[in-house]
Design a protein around this ligand. Structure first.
Ligand SMILES: Cc1ncc(COP(=O)(O)O)c(C=O)c1O
Length: 164
């Protein structure tokens, strides 16, 4: 079992962060000298994370303030990629998203907002008493979609995607 979103911070992380909470707390987006130390440190962290994850470019590493922001950003980036292949948004069916009813509220609320403003169409599928999505309910959802559709499966924990 993990800490279920109540994880204490590693002492090494506290130590590493200490100077930025007490001394180098400049706004990294500002142009003055005081902010440059922060900006440079963020860039060093970005390169370290990039190398750790085997990403190709620095810009692939995006730091967010929390899990909820990451969820919304990931959904928006996915939609942006979709619409970049369909530049005339009004001539294309909105993408259909199937989500389980036990996604985090930051996912469900954002999807519901996107459905309300007609950016996507949405199905929410329930889970059984053990919290597991039934394969049958996913199949039912997929069957009603047009056969010509492409499907993208996203693992919310690892971020891994499958396209078929
Ligand atoms: C899958 C998932 N998304 C989002 C969050 C929310 O994270 P935050 O409180 O950092 O916004 C959590 C928190 O437990 C989570 O487990």
């Amino acid at each position: 079992m993990d800490y279920n979103a109540t994880t204490p911070i590693f002492p090494e992380v506290v130590e590493e962060m200490q100077p930025y909470l007490t001394e180098h707390f400049g706004n990294p987006s500002s142009v003055h000298i005081f902010s440059q130390e922060c900006k440079n440190s963020i860039q060093r962290a970005r390169v370290a994370v990039k190398e750790l994850m085997g990403a190709d470019r620095d810009e692939e590493v995006v730091f967010t303030s929390c899990g909820s922001e990451s969820n919304c950003l990931a959904i928006n980036i996915g939609l942006e990629a979709y619409f970049s292949h369909h530049p005339n948004k009004s001539q294309v069916d909105p993408p259909h998203i199937i989500a389980s009813s036990i996604e985090h509220p930051s996912v469900l609320n954002h999807l519901s907002h996107l459905e309300n403003n007609q950016t996507i169409s949405l199905s929410i599928i329930s889970v059984n008493e053990r919290g597991v999505v039934s394969v049958e309910s996913v199949k039912r959802e997929i069957e009603v979609l047009k056969p010509s559709n492409q499907f993208l499966l996203v693992d919310r924990i690892t971020g891994r995607t499958w396209l078929w």
